[in-house]
Write a protein that binds this ligand. Structure first.
Ligand code: ATP
Ligand code: MG
Length: 558
């Protein structure tokens, strides 16, 4: 694995090890199982696993499943699959919910120390009392309950004596702190809900800000890496670790989120796309989810290389999605076999080629990687070419087929357009050509030159295929920068309004016969088109479905 890029978190770890502050490194990836992973999560995964790996440390996969309502085993399984597919093996596999008893005991400890109290204020009242950035907060009338009363009420909260929202447990810190996170944050709430892991064992659940530092400390995590929106919570994180008297003292370190042009990157919005049926599931090839990218055909190697290239910094910039495309082209260049596929077929009859005759031609599989060898492709009197590769009345500098012009068929012969047939509506439906046997590819023919080379597929053995071409899901340059800053009903509308109605185009064409039994997830380069992946969900025995991963850099527009 490459670890050559320098980043500030790496420097912190080096200093910690050199100064003796730490003698080991443990990181964790802590997803909430309320959706599928997206490429932003992939960044967090790569950072956490790579850093631990570099310093012979460990990385845990920990499900941060403290919210019973939004979580699901489907998500747990999908997340595990995605982390593995990205190329990582976790050390410990943990669930925050396995720590509920310990967290409860820590809450009791805080009450006993006079550092937590049960509050009867409603959620709205708590918000009102909290104050603003300019004004200090107001203390709750319940703030000075006795330890005994708090212990009793918290116990009864746990036993289910109160309804949702009737009471909460709050940390007793400082209602006039300039940091609003320290104004007696809620640390436990009541929720009479069945939890995916603990069932109905609990009806009180710890809040993220209380649970997360405890989870880290319980696992002896040394460097707790998260994104910058948690920066203001760091003092609370440290307060929880200290006041709960945890043996381990993890350090929270924040880095800037990854954002990508034209991509929705919030789980909430991705879920909305799925739930409203606007996409073909979480793994729709247009989704920036890890499973969507996988189904589209992006490779784990390319995603890791991309994420590493974006670096680790405090700022959260927007990265151009073309950078990811660059890395997948780099990865597939030498690996993917090159073959021919026609996405908008037009029949060509080679009138001087003997009827009924089929010959096999040699074709290199990847000219940049000769070790991949040679394939054999049939050639006969009837072939398909691309509709775009013929024009009745071409402009200047059009070097492909038009009446009287000669082109090279890749791996085959020169053919010359002699005639064409139109249907009643004036569409060209068939081209008649002659071929020159002297010009066979590989024979060293130098008699004359042609300016155009086009691809083709022999008609009688051609395998029908569906090609799915994609554009970004969002049509504008609008890029999701930070979900939490715009949760108004208004932006909700804008987000769905931005959906690109042309994000999926389905074409029916043909590919070479040697692709007949191609396996799902195989990556192929179609000559002049780009890199494609065999769709694992929609390919059938009768029709292969190819997802366009990326076009070739200099290819003509599909
Ligand atoms: P979302 O904002 O998409 O809903 P989240 O932060 O709520 O994501 P979690 O499951 O809590 O999702 O995230 C797990 C880890 O992934 C966290 O450490 C989080 O900071 C990190 N993460 C999430 N999104 C990004 C991103 N865009 N870039 C980098 N890291 C991210
Ligand atoms: Mg989160």
């Amino acid at each position: 694995m490459e670890h050559n890029s320098s980043n500030f978190i790496r420097n912190i770890i080096i200093n910690d090890l050199e100064s003796g502050k730490r003698n080991h490194v443990i990181t964790r990836f802590p997803p909430e199982p309320n959706g599928y992973l997206h490429i932003g999560h992939a960044k967090s995964i790569v950072i956490n696993f790579d850093l631990a790996d570099e310093f012979n440390g460990k990385t845990n996969l920990r499900f941060d499943d403290t919210n019973p309502l939004k979580e699901d085993v489907e998500f747990v399984n999908a997340i595990k699959e995605d982390v593995k597919w990205l190329g990582y093996d976790w050390d410990g596999l943990f669930f925050a919910s396995d720590y509920f008893q310990q967290m409860y005991e820590k809450a009791v400890l805080l009450i006993n120390k006079g550092k937590a109290y049960v509050d009867d204020l409603s959620a709205d009242e708590i918000r009102e009392y909290r104050g603003t950035l300019k004004e200090p907060g107001k203390e709750s009338p319940y703030r000075n309950r006795s330890i005994e009363e708090n212990l009793d009420l918290f116990d009864r909260m746990r036993k289910g004596e109160f309804g949702n929202g009737e009471k909460v447990l709050r940390a007793k810190i400082n209602m006039s702190s300039p940091n609003i996170n320290l104004r007696d944050p809620v640390i436990y709430r009541i929720s009479h809900a069945v939890h995916h892991n603990t069932g109905d064992q609990w009806c009180i659940y710890p809040m993220y800000a209380f649970a997360h530092p405890l989870e880290d400390a319980i696992e002896d995590v040394t460097h707790s890496i998260c994104t910058t929106e948690f920066e203001d919570q760091r003092p609370l994180y440290n307060w929880v670790v200290e006041e709960c008297e945890m043996k381990s003292t993890p350090q929270q370190i924040e880095f800037g989120r990854l954002n990508i042009t034209n991509a929705v990157m919030s789980k909430r919005k991705l879920k909305q796309l799925v739930d409203e049926g606007l996409v073909d599931g979480w793994d729709d090839p247009r989704m920036p989810t890890v499973s969507g990218l996988r189904r589209r055909g992006y490779t784990a190697e390319a995603i890791r290389a991309f994420v590493r290239e974006t670096g680790v910094s405090k700022g959260s910039g927007v990265v151009d999605s073309q950078m990811l495309d660059h890395f997948v082209r780099e990865d597939l260049k030498l690996k993917a076999p090159r073959t021919m596929g026609v996405v908008r077929p037009l029949k060509v009859v080679i009138t001087n080629y003997p009827e009924g005759q089929v010959e096999m031609l040699d074709a290199e599989i990847n000219p940049e990687n000769p070790e991949m060898g040679t394939r054999h492709i049939p050639f006969s009197r009837e072939i398909y070419i691309e509709q775009d590769d013929f024009m009745e009345d071409p402009p200047k500098k059009y070097f492909r087929l038009f009446p009287g012009n000669e082109v090279r068929l890749k791996h085959a012969y020169f053919i010359k357009c002699e005639d064409f047939i139109k249907d009643e509506d004036g569409n060209v439906v068939e081209i008649h050509c002659t071929y020159d046997p002297e010009t066979k590819s590989g024979t060293g023919f130098t008699g004359r030159k042609v300016k155009g080379t086009i691809h083709w597929v022999e008609a009688t053995q051609a395998v029908p295929a569906e090609f799915r071409l994609y554009e970004p899901l969002l049509s504008t340059e609008e890029t999701e920068v930070d979900e939490d800053t715009e949760k108004t009903a208004d932006t909700e509308k804008t987000f769905l309004d931005q959906i690109n109605p042309n994000s999926l185009e389905i074409l029916k064409g043909f590919v070479e016969p040697n692709l007949k039994d191609v396996e799902p997830q195989t990556k192929i380069q179609f000559f002049r088109h780009g890199y494609f992946n065999v769709d694992p969900k929609h390919s059938t025995k009768d029709q292969i479905v190819f997802n366009l991963i990326v076009s070739l850099k200099s290819s003509f527009k599909l």
